[in-house]
Design a protein around this ligand. Structure first.
Ligand SMILES: Nc1ncnc2c1ncn2[C@@H]1O[C@H](COP(=O)(O)OP(=O)(O)O)[C@@H](O)[C@H]1O
Ligand SMILES: [Mg+2]
Length: 228
C-alpha cells in the first residue's frame, strides 16, 4: 500500500506504523501520534463481544460522528484539531496534532474561565461534548506568541467520540456536571476553578447560564441521593 498525499499532509501506509513516537489506548480507540508529521491517528478498535456487523456499524458511525462534530465545533469558533482524513471503513480519523499539555496538568483559574467561555460557545451552538474531562482539553503551546502568558495559550477541545447535538438544559447540565466532578476529584482548588468556569460560561452564553447552573445543582443532588 502506498502512502497517499492529501494536500500537503502525509498520510502513512500500514508499514509506516513503526514511526509513531507515542501511542494511547483506551477502551474504544488507539491513538497514535506521529511527531514527525504532526499528525494524530485515532482508530476505533474491534469489540469482540459485539456481533460483528453491529460492531462494524457502531465503529463506522462513531468515527463519522466524531469527525463531524470536531469540525462543527471548529466552525462555531471553538479550537479543535483540523481533520485531514476520515476513513470510515478503517474507522480512523487523521487529524492535526495539537502541541501542548492536557488541562488536567496545568489548569488554573484563568484557563478554567476560558474553558467555560468555549463550553458556552459549544452549547450555544447546541453541541454537547459528552466527555468533558480535563484530559480531553489541551492547552496549546503557541510557537509565535508570548510563552509566559496563559492568555496567549490556545485551548483546544479533543475527543468528540461521545458528542451529540442537543439544545436541552438537561444535556448542557450533564455536560458541565462531568467537568465539575472531574475537577473535584483531581484538584484541591476545585471550588475556585468551578467559579472561574462559570464566569466564562456566563460571558458567552448569558441567555442559558442561570437555567443550566440551576440544573447542575439538581443533577448533583440526584447523584448524591443515588450514592446513599
Ligand atoms: N489531536 C491531538 N493532538 C495531540 N494529542 C492528542 C490528539 N488527540 C488525542 N491526543 C492524545 O491522545 C489521548 C487520547 O485521545 P482521545 O481522543 O481523548 O481518545 P480516547 O477516546 O481514547 O480518550 C488524549 O488524551 C491526548 O493526550
Ligand atoms: Mg479522551
Amino acid at each position: 500500500m502506498n502512502s497517499q498525499a492529501h494536500g500537503s499532509v502525509h498520510v502513512r501506509s500500514t508499514n509506516e506504523r513503526f514511526k509513531f513516537q507515542s501511542q494511547f489506548q483506551c477502551a474504544e480507540a488507539i491513538v497514535e501520534i506521529d511527531d514527525e508529521h504532526d499528525l494524530v491517528y485515532k482508530r476505533r478498535i474491534e469489540k469482540r463481544y459485539r456481533v460483528k456487523e453491529i460492531d462494524e456499524r457502531i465503529r463506522k458511525e462513531r468515527t463519522k460522528n466524531e469527525a463531524k462534530l470536531i469540525s462543527e465545533a471548529r466552525r462555531s469558533g471553538v479550537p479543535t484539531p483540523i481533520i485531514f482524513d476520515v476513513n470510515e471503513y478503517e474507522h480512523e480519523i487523521v487529524m492535526e496534532k495539537i502541541e501542548g499539555t492536557i488541562a488536567r496538568d496545568i489548569i488554573d483559574a484563568d484557563i478554567s474561565e476560558r474553558i467555560g467561555e468555549f463550553v458556552g460557545v459549544l452549547h450555544k451552538n447546541n453541541i454537547i461534548h459528552g466527555d468533558l474531562i480535563t484530559s480531553n482539553i489541551i492547552v496549546g503551546t503557541d510557537k509565535n506568541k508570548n510563552k509566559n502568558k496563559n492568555k496567549n495559550k490556545s485551548i483546544y477541545f479533543i475527543d468528540f467520540g461521545l458528542a451529540f447535538i442537543d439544545s436541552s438544559t438537561e444535556a448542557r447540565g450533564v455536560d458541565i456536571h462531568v467537568f465539575f466532578q472531574i475537577l473535584k476529584s483531581t484538584h484541591e482548588s476545585h471550588e475556585q476553578l468551578k467559579e472561574s468556569f462559570i464566569t466564562g460560561y456566563k460571558r458567552t452564553f448569558p441567555g442559558a447560564a442561570a437555567q443550566v447552573l440551576k440544573r447542575i445543582d439538581e443533577i448533583d443532588r440526584r447523584g448524591r441521593y443515588v450514592e446513599r
